[in-house]
Design a protein around this ligand. Sequence first.
Ligand code: FES
Length: 142
Amino acid sequence: MSGSDIFPLGPVDQVPDGQVRRFEVGGRAVAVIRIGDDFYALGDTCSHADYSLSEGYLWPEEGKLECPRHGSRFSLETGEPDSLPATRPVPTYRVELRDGELFLVLDSGDPGGGEATAATTANNNNNTTTTTDDTTAEGQQR
Ligand code: FES
């Protein structure tokens, strides 16, 4: 029970370019974002209050997702907010594209849920995108 758990999200076209979609994965809500061929995933609940980030506004050029309630903008790569009132990051997760299907990868150190999975609570600020089929994760850590 170490390493990663992989959850299928469905066909890649469920998340059109420039859009955000909410998924329930392993007992947690996740916002999956697509910018071109790059995919990102953030915890869907704003770190300031209980609002869904997937209902917010995407800033693709800046790589940010804005909370619909008070406007804090969260980095797609680190989950860190760039403005008040949010002061804490939201979790980030890896997304992989394989044969036209999206998968969310929860590493053993990823936060949230985990009752039925290997996920444990911690803060792991990495995010990965893949742009071609059958490729392995390609890190984009900062
Ligand atoms: S609920 Fe998101 S910034 Fe306040």
